[in-house]
Design a protein around this ligand. Structure first.
Ligand code: FE2
Length: 286
């Protein structure tokens, strides 16, 4: 399928269109990852046309160390400063056609992870109505696609410690656009497995309860997506001091209801593990 050819001379890239179900990994939770996710010429054009930090900051003049700043599909789709190729990318990855690729590959995993969710929403995952996030209308799922930058690092830190995404999000993705000039260590996506039954502090975990299962390096043209449930613990490895922002596209599938409830530590456990329960200063907008 092709879009935006008249404006760009290139097809809108479709990240999941050619993936087959045998390429999906079930462990430590259902996911797909790929290096060299797009053909080199398309990737390099997107890389060149990636907005700069000032545009993503959208008028903000101050920001913190290693802070995530975003530009959502709602902002991008109507913004003609963004290149036609990028706008077609955002349009496709917030569309029913993209959702069809998601459910073709992950529909059965959704049914396993969220039994009863189709009944609660009254339709099979495959039949959900789709609207880009931020737009009005009735839909079972709202899709977002965001330019994200992690701001320059002035002291070594992680932008996100191990967590699951919010309970109304069932499918998440990242597509890395590492700056060719970036020589900093870290910023890798780390996927974890539970060593025990899941237990949370809000959406975060304690490191005693999890073990590292897989690392997706922060490398150019690298894509990862996963089913977000109580199993889907992930975080970002600490990043070294650098003036170069970490760049990626963030993909979100958001429901009008919560799909799962993270089991919270009980009062006794919160006292016992109080030094580990304290907020670590990481961003809480999962
Ligand atoms: Fe996350």
């Amino acid at each position: 399928m092709v879009a935006a050819t008249a404006a760009t001379g290139m097809s809108a890239p479709q990240l999941l269109a050619n993936v087959t179900s045998d390429q999906i990994s079930a462990s430590p939770y259902p996911h797909f990852s790929k290096q060299n996710a797009l053909p080199e010429d398309i990737y390099h054009r997107l890389d060149r046309e990636f907005p700069d930090l000032a545009m993503v900051l959208n008028g903000r003049t101050s920001y913190g160390n290693n802070e995530a700043v975003r530009m959502s599909a709602k902002q991008v789709l109507g913004d003609h400063r963004i290149s036609p190729l990028w706008r077609s990318f955002f349009e496709y990855h917030t569309s029913i056609d993209y959702w069809r690729s998601v459910t073709r590959l992950f529909g059965d995993f959704f049914r396993q992870e969220f039994p009863g969710l189709e009944t609660r929403l009254g339709r099979r995952f495959e039949d959900w109505r789709v609207i880009p996030r931020g737009f009005s209308g009735e839909a079972e799922v709202r899709l977002d696609c965001q330019f994200v930058m992690n701001t320059p690092v002035t002291h070594v830190s992680s932008v996100k410690n191990p967590h699951v995404d919010l309970c109304d999000k069932i499918f998440s993705g990242l597509f890395y656009f590492r700056d060719p000039a970036d020589t900093t260590e870290g910023g890798d996506l780390q996927m974890y497995a539970w060593k025990r039954s899941p237990r949370f502090i809000k959406h975060r975990t304690m490191s005693r309860d999890i073990e590292l299962a897989k690392t997706i390096h922060y490398a150019p043209n690298t894509y990862l997506c996963f089913v977000n449930s109580a199993k889907a613990i992930h975080g970002v490895s600490p990043r070294g001091i650098t003036a170069t922002p970490r760049r990626y596209i963030n993909f979100i599938a958001e429901l009008p209801i919560e799909a799962f409830q993270p089991q919270q530590l009980n009062r006794w456990q919160r006292v016992l593990y109080r030094s580990e329960v304290k907020s670590d200063g990481c961003e809480e907008r999962y």
